[in-house]
Design a protein around this ligand. Structure first.
Ligand code: ADE
Length: 244
């Protein structure tokens, strides 16, 4: 079973949104498993401290390597009772990480699951990142107050791709992304709403014309909103036509 193990200082945030809708139903039906570890349980001093001031000075606090190291080792040991060995990738949610992509989500979904460490404070002692092989992952170029919401986003993106979770709705969204284009606009009844009609081509019944219109709209939106994706699309298109 695909298993997400989350390490956090705020275990009460989970399952949160992962407990409702598609992901929640799949969790209840046993399509995936979630366990949550409170990093603070691995503090040993009387104040149960999990952070300390940065070596070299500066603002903020740094998550301690010893406490987080013990939390990670305990999670691996617990999981090894279910899996022969915990071979899951260990991710550290961080704005400094490699940006998450749909391709990475697909690769994670195809594996046994993931261990997700949620950072807080200014950062995490670099030694535990290296020693426990944590791979830093970012969900975008903005700074959240901690890794928890990022971990939820990653888990949600993976879980919806698990076999049977989306059922027949397995949507065109991924296909569209796989193509490297954004999705075309959608419409449904009523035919006329606040004076705005559904584009005529969509009610024409001409499936060839409809496909061509959708493709043109997808290309227009990608060019307008995502010059990075559009440039990559054009590069692929040109090298593809050279080869063909
Ligand atoms: N933690 C704080 N900001 C983050 C981001 N953008 N992605 C992943 N984890 C984060």
């Amino acid at each position: 079973m695909w298993r997400a193990s989350v390490l956090t200082l705020f275990p009460e945030m989970f399952p949160g949104p992962l407990g409702v809708s598609l992901a929640g139903k799949a969790l209840a039906s046993g399509a995936w498993a979630l366990d949550v570890t409170d990093i603070r349980d691995f503090a040993t001093d009387k104040h149960r401290s999990v952070d300390d001031t940065p070596a070299g000075g500066g603002p903020g606090m740094v998550m301690k390597a010893d406490v987080l190291g013990r939390a990670i080792d305990a999670t691996a040991q617990d999981t090894a009772q279910d899996m022969a060995q915990d071979t899951r990738p260990r991710l550290l949610m961080s704005p400094r990480g490699v940006p998450l992509t749909q391709a990475r989500v697909e690769a994670l979904t195809a594996g046994p699951g993931a261990v997700l460490v949620c950072g807080r404070f200014e950062g995490v002692d670099e030694r535990v990142i290296v020693a426990r092989g944590l791979e830093e992952v970012s969900i975008g170029d903005y700074v959240l107050s901690g890794g928890e919401i990022a971990a939820m986003a990653l888990i949600d993106a993976c879980v919806r791709l698990l076999p049977g979770v989306m059922g027949a709705q397995a949507s065109s969204a991924e296909e569209s992304f796989a193509d490297g284009l954004l999705e075309y606009p959608h419409y449904t009844r009523p035919q006329l709403w606040e004076g705005r009609p559904i584009p005529e081509v969509l009610t024409s019944g001409d499936h060839g014309k409809i496909a061509a219109w959708r493709r043109a709209e997808a290309e227009r939106l990608t060019g307008e909103r995502r010059p990075d994706l559009w440039a990559a699309f054009l590069r692929r298109f040109r090298s593809g036509s050279r080869m063909g």
